[in-house]
Design a binder for this molecule. Sequence first.
Ligand code: ADP
Ligand code: MG
Length: 365
Amino acid sequence: MKITIRDITKRYGAFTALQNVSLEVPQGKLVALLGPSGSGKTTLLRVIAGLEAPDSGSVLYEQDDVTQRAAKERNVGFVFQHYALFGHMTIFENIAFGLRVRKWKNDAVRERVTELLRLIQLEGLEKRLPSQLSGGQRQRVALARALAASPQMLLLDEPFGALDAKVRADLRRWIRQLHDEIHMTSVFVTHDQEEAFEVADHVVVMNKGRIEQEGAPDEVFAHPANAFVTDFLGHVNVFHGRIQNGRAHIGTVEMPMSFDVPAPEDHAEEGAEVTAYIRPHEVDIDRVSHGSDSMFAIVTRVNRSGSTVKIALVAQEGQLPLDVELPHERDAELGLVVNDRVWVYPRQVRVFRREEAALDKETAA
Ligand code: ADP
Ligand code: MG
């Protein structure tokens, strides 16, 4: 089932939690709502489910306007961060709960629960109590319970938020596989960009009750639309500078302008204050200078323990700390050690006006 959200505004008193949000969730896709805490993700999910009434705008399931319809009439599966399993009921009865409420016959319940136990890979554990399962297993039970009555869509609000990193990583792979198996229209809320990018078909980046950007994960990652998104995706070097002769100047260094800037003429205004973003893996290092697009820098730390080599440097007489990630092969060619004097080449610099960057930065914090 396709979900269409049209121009939704939701206020709590004087506070606007959602401002003119429009979004389409295509049939059978897994869409991630990504954004910092307080950006309106849960509110949007609750509006989709009918747990919250918007002040204006509408929600459509296919062509059907459900804006005024109560949650229990919408047939939506919901999974929350804190598994609200019933502690005194077995796993079987937890999963069966919604079916019992709907007065399913015993045989039908048994058949459906067995099928779901297989789907969440917990066959054989149905007689246990929730307290006898791990956190990750309990979240899978919560998911099975949400799926039991064959909802038209699945809404997940930070479902792995309370689990530790390793379990989270396993579960996100698992939920992607599960989605590929059942193809249920799903909206997944997270504040974790890695999780969103790994799991979703489509990523929606939210900030202050608005959508900053949406698109396929690769597209959003390669072409962040603005300073907020660039910053929020994380793992980026941030520099402040000015436009001179149509190029960004950071301290005494001239940087190439981004190819991603939506309207270069806006940014090329002489003397305009800008913020430049450089991703560590979009930088090369060399021992010789190739001209003005490079910065002189000194190596302060080399960490070869990961899948890439992480090199910390300072440029501009110690004024400009910079992180670079090189493939191990390139690092082996260079043989860098601490205190080496090198040249740094950003292959991609994204430049945005300072006003915009500073404003958005405030809310990201
Ligand atoms: P997120 O899920 O992205 O962290 P929420 O949608 O929960 O954000 O909340 C967005 C904003 O709306 C927050 O600033 C929050 O404090 C506010 N908010 C959410 N629910 C209520 C409510 N019932 N009453 C008042 N303010 C609320
Ligand atoms: Mg939330």
